[in-house]
Write a protein that binds this ligand. Structure first.
Ligand code: ZN
Length: 277
C-alpha cells in the first residue's frame, strides 16, 4: 500500500509539475561559481521518496549478507569526514540541516561511492582499501558525491526523462497494482541513481565538492591525486560511476587546477580535523 501511495503522488507530480515548475537553480554559486538553471519537472520530495526505496533495499540486502559496516576504524573515519562536509553544505543551500543524512558503508571489493537524493551516502570498503585513500582523498570523493545531491542531479535526470516522455510508461503501469508500483519506483530510481551523469553535472560536482572539502579542512589538492589513483586503478576495467562519463582525466585535472586559487584560501582559513590519516 505504501508504494501505491508513492506512485500515485509520483503520477500527480508529473501532471502538476509539468505545468507549474520549469527552471530552477538548486544551489547558491559558492566561490567556485556554479550557476546554471536546471529543468525540474518533479518535486524534490517525490524524488527523495522514490530513491529511498532503492537506498533502503540496498541497506537491507547488505545487512542480510552481513556486509554492512556500522563501527570500527574505517566507519569512524567516514563518519568524521561526512559530518565535517555536511556542516559546510549550508553554503550552497538552506535546507540541508533538515535533510535526513545517512551513511552506509558496505564491505565489498567495489571501487565506488555515491550520495542519493536527500543526503544518503554509500561507500564501499574496496574504494578506500584498494586505493589506500587518505582522509583528504576520501573527502574529495565524498564532497563530489554530496555535490550531486545538493545540485539534485538525479531529479534533473528524471525530469529530462519525463520531458522526453521516456517515463510515461512508468506512470501508466504504476496505477495497476502493488507489483507495478514497486516497478515504477525502481524504474524511476534508474534515472535518479543508476544512469550516468552528464559531463556537465560531473564538472559541477567536482567544483562544489572541492569547495566543500576545502571549507571542511581537507586539502583540495587531494581531488587531483585521488582521480589520478582512480584512473590508474581502473585502466582496462569498466570504470565506476564517477569515471564513466566524467571528463577525461586530463580535462578534469585542468578544471580542478583552475579552481585551486579560489578554494585554497578557504582551506588555509578552515579549522582542521584533530587528526588525519
Ligand atoms: Zn559524479
Amino acid at each position: 500500500m505504501q508504494y501505491q501511495v508513492v506512485s500515485f503522488k509520483f503520477i500527480s507530480s508529473i501532471a502538476v509539475c509539468s505545468l507549474l515548475l520549469a527552471c530552477a537553480n538548486t544551489t547558491r554559486s559558492g566561490v567556485v561559481g556554479i550557476n546554471r538553471s536546471q529543468l525540474m519537472l518533479i518535486s524534490s520530495a517525490e524524488v527523495d521518496r522514490l530513491s529511498a526505496v532503492s537506498y533502503n533495499e540496498q541497506y537491507q540486502q547488505a545487512k542480510e549478507k552481513h556486509v554492512l559496516v556500522t563501527s570500527g576504524p574505517t566507519y569512524d573515519r567516514l563518519k568524521t569526514i561526512s559530518n565535517r562536509l555536511i556542516a559546510q553544505t549550508g553554503v550552497f543551500r538552506d535546507d540541508t540541516r533538515q535533510w535526513n543524512w545517512q551513511l552506509t558503508l558496505i564491505n565489498a571489493p567495489i571501487l565506488n561511492a555515491s550520495c542519493a537524493p536527500g543526503g544518503k551516502i554509500t561507500f564501499y570498503t574496496g574504494l578506500i582499501d584498494q586505493l589506500n585513500l587518505t582522509d583528504d582523498e576520501i573527502a574529495a570523493v565524498m564532497g563530489h558525491e554530496i555535490a550531486h545531491a545538493l545540485r539534485e542531479h538525479g531529479r534533473e535526470r528524471l525530469s529530462q526523462a519525463i520531458a522526453q516522455n521516456a517515463v510515461s510508461n512508468i506512470a501508466l503501469t504504476a496505477t495497476s497494482g502493488y507489483g507495478s508500483a514497486i516497478n515504477a519506483a525502481n524504474q524511476a530510481a534508474q534515472y535518479i541513481l543508476v544512469l550516468p551523469n552528464s559531463r556537465q553535472n560531473e564538472s559541477e560536482a567536482d567544483a562544489i565538492g572541492l569547495e566543500l572539502a576545502a571549507r571542511a579542512g581537507y586539502n583540495p589538492q587531494a581531488a587531483i591525486s585521488v582521480w589520478q589513483k582512480m584512473i590508474k586503478a581502473t585502466q582496462g576495467k569498466s570504470p565506476p560511476e564517477f569515471l564513466s562519463t566524467h571528463p577525461s582525466g586530463e580535462t578534469r585535472i585542468e578544471q580542478l587546477t583552475e579552481l585551486m586559487p579560489a578554494v585554497e584560501p578557504l582551506y588555509r582559513e578552515s579549522p582542521k580535523p584533530s587528526s588525519k590519516h
